[in-house]
Design a protein around this ligand. Sequence first.
Ligand code: HEC
Length: 286
Amino acid sequence: MSAHAPKSWMQIIRWKLVAAVVAAVALWFVSGSLGFPRIFQWMYVSYAVLGLIIFVALDAPSPTPLMGWKAGLGIIVFYLICSAILVTAGTLLPQFDSKIEVAGIARKTVKYRLSDEQTASLMQRTKELSAKADELAAKLNQLQAAGAHLEVGSVEASAPAKPASAPAANLSGMDPVERGKLVFQDHECYNCHQIGGKKSKKRGPILENIGNLATEAQLKDKVFHPKAWHAKGFEKQAEGKDKMPEKFAEVMSEEELHALVTFLLTLKNTAADTPQPVFPPGYSVK
Ligand code: HEC
């Protein structure tokens, strides 16, 4: 900066403006391609503008000093301008909202919580089982007392009959469809599959109408052997890095699978965009 010839505003602004425009355009496109929401793109652009203002201010010719009441007024006006900028920016730009974060965390932890009803039914089940264990222990004692000469046939005859109405698939006594929804949560199918709505915004197909398109056996096969068949139009995804994981056969119990598929079979919204299953030639469920 030369002391003799103060720069004109044009000179001060020119290159900074060019740099700011380049930065703003780059920020807009880079943040856009990284999937930032529109409001964030504007926020980044506003940073470029802010940078421009700061660098122009640094280089600006010094104002003539204000004295007396004018100095006081100057401070007040400056304060008002800064406050106005802060308040405007604060209302326009996205803010951290603790409610949104808390709701997100609650959604993630929901699978670890049981409803009062579930807890009660689990307690009930525990009581029943421990009563049964006591009963069996008592039987064993009797048998031992009766001695080794007892015939095998009579042991069987005296064994307690299996209760006729105790579906193994119903551990917690829950409604199977409700249980299936939980399994869908527990195994994070929702990461790739949307339920609810008509079109999917996820990596995998929307499952809203799968109950009309596949049978129970086919669905079970798909979950445990994702390569067995695929969704029409998802040929690429069936191969790529977003393909359906093959771990479920190892990490999911038969009980869970049964409940999950019972739930999937209830999804019968014909208005939804669920793709048709495509079976390989000669396909049959193993
Ligand atoms: C990592 C992503 C991912 C996860 C997790 C995932 N899937 Fe998939 N799924 C896909 C993709 C991609 C397709 C489409 C390609 C294909 O059929 O293999 C698909 C296809 C399907 C289909 C066939 C849909 C149709 O319309 O034909 C069903 C049914 C299905 N998944 C159920 C499930 C269930 C149930 C779970 C949870 C246990 C699950 N998926 C977890 C990615 C996933």
